[in-house]
Design a protein around this ligand. Structure first.
Ligand code: SF4
Ligand code: SF4
Length: 408
């Protein structure tokens, strides 16, 4: 008998068997629904369907904000046990079958989709397959190596792409920032594998850690090597410190160099939505230098979740620094079903956040209209849009509303 762990969630307390290989994890049943970007200060220009087959991440970056999240994320933070949603690809598959409108899938906002447990369950790879077989785009962000099969799947869907997160070009330093993850050479190799297959490849320097990875020459070297490997776009941010994690983050910083904690405490003076942010002038200086270098290298550039306060309200910094239309450097419209496959709903640039004319036919999505609000969307919204789109189509073509939905 393996060891058991007792864990309390919203639905009560349960004993779980811990499976030790390849990293300690438990299996749970989950009916989690696909959903859009989180409520709040959204800066992401294009719609996504967010998917987390795993909770907790054994790459274990010292500054990972997901460790501040509740529920099974705390199981990892306290016990280093990852939670795996059993057969989650099938849960996703059933949800996609009920939709006539879908946006690009996103693996995964709060874990690494190719962390070691993926070797055992292949949930991320299977989920990519579910999207691609329906011709719905999907993207991922990773600090891990992934199988060649993933590249083969992505190249079958023209808007699918990959983002590789590289914090430093120095392998010795990378190993001190996280417990796992692919080597620096493997990460640049990931960019090369994607680009060579004709897939949009993004390099994320996300986050830059003040006084640790912010050396300008290092950042330029990283961007140049990413460009040479085929990346076309850079996404950057500066590390935030969730107040809940401040003690852990400062403890780790103290192992990285003398005086770092003192310097960080002087720099992190702005509190936005429960997280400490580095001084705005410092952030602007780092972003200006990096944007200029990306311009020089022929790369587009954007920020992720960077804000300043204006009359106590967070305002995104992308308006000052982004050189692409969409923050991930690729233009992807929403898709609509056509038989058992999906197709782009329009030939738009997919920047719903600033869109004023919803050529896709979905009014809610065009958040650039004067009367529209910035909002987050749920599976129920996608279902509602599906009904609207189908009603329009059936009205135009005299079709039966559910003819194009596959039978289970
Ligand atoms: S790879 Fe991403 S999700 Fe995993 S620990 Fe690092 S920052 Fe967190
Ligand atoms: S037409 Fe506008 S709202 Fe519709 S997918 Fe394109 S950018 Fe988004």
């Amino acid at each position: 008998m393996g060891r058991k762990i007792r864990w309390r969630t919203g639905s009560g307390q349960m004993d779980h068997e811990v499976i030790e290989a390849p990293t300690p994890h438990i299996l749970i049943e989950s009916r989690k629904e696909l959903h859009g970007w989180w409520r709040g200060k959204r800066e992401c220009t294009s719609e996504r369907l967010l998917i987390n087959p795993y909770n907790g991440c054994s790459i274990d970056c010292f500054c990972c904000y997901a460790k501040a999240l509740p529920g099974y994320f705390q199981l990892f933070r306290q016990h280093q046990v990852v939670t795996v949603c059993r057969d989650f690809d099938q849960v996703v598959s059933r949800q996609l079958d009920d939709l006539l409108v879908a946006s690009c899938g996103y693996l995964s906002p709060v874990t690494d989709p190719f962390q070691p447990v993926e070797k055992r369950y292949r949930l991320s790879e299977k989920i990519i397959g579910e999207f691609v077989q329906r011709n719905i785009p999907i993207e991922f962000i990773t600090k891990s190596h992934f199988r060649p099969e993933v590249v083969q799947l992505l190249r079958r869907q023209k808007h699918s792409f990959g983002q590789i997160s590289i914090l430093t070009p120095r392998e010795n330093l990378r190993r001190r920032l996280m417990a796992g993850g692919a080597t620096t050479d493997e990460l640049f190799g990931n960019l090369h594998r994607l680009a060579k297959a004709g897939i949009h490849a993004v390099c994320r320097i996300d986050p830059i850690i003040p006084h640790v990875t912010d050396d300008a020459a290092d950042l330029f070297r990283l961007a140049r090597r990413a460009r040479d490997c085929g990346a076309r776009h850079i996404v950057a941010s500066i590390m935030d410190i969730p107040r809940r994690l401040a003690a852990e983050i400062f403890r780790h910083l103290s192992t990285l160099g003398d005086g770092l904690v003192y310097r960080a405490k002087n720099l992190y003076r702005e509190l936005i939505d429960g997280s400490l942010h580095a001084d705005l002038d410092y952030r602007r200086a780092v972003f200006s230098r990096l944007r200029e270098e990306c311009d020089r290298l022929g790369l587009t550039f954007a920020l992720c979740m960077e804000y300043r306060l204006e009359k106590s309200r967070p305002v995104g910094l992308n308006a000052e620094f982004m050189s692409s239309v969409n923050c991930e450097g690729i233009d992807i419209p929403v898709y609509v079903r056509s038989g058992d496959q999906f197709q782009p709903a329009s030939d738009c640039d997919g920047a719903c956040l600033t869109c004023q004319v919803p050529r896709c036919g979905i009014q809610d999505l065009a958040m650039g209209r004067p009367e529209a609000a910035r909002r987050d969307f749920y599976l129920r919204d996608y279902r509602r849009w599906s009904c609207e789109v189908l009603a329009q189509t059936s009205h135009q073509k005299g079709l039966n509303i559910w003819d194009s939905v596959p039978e289970r």
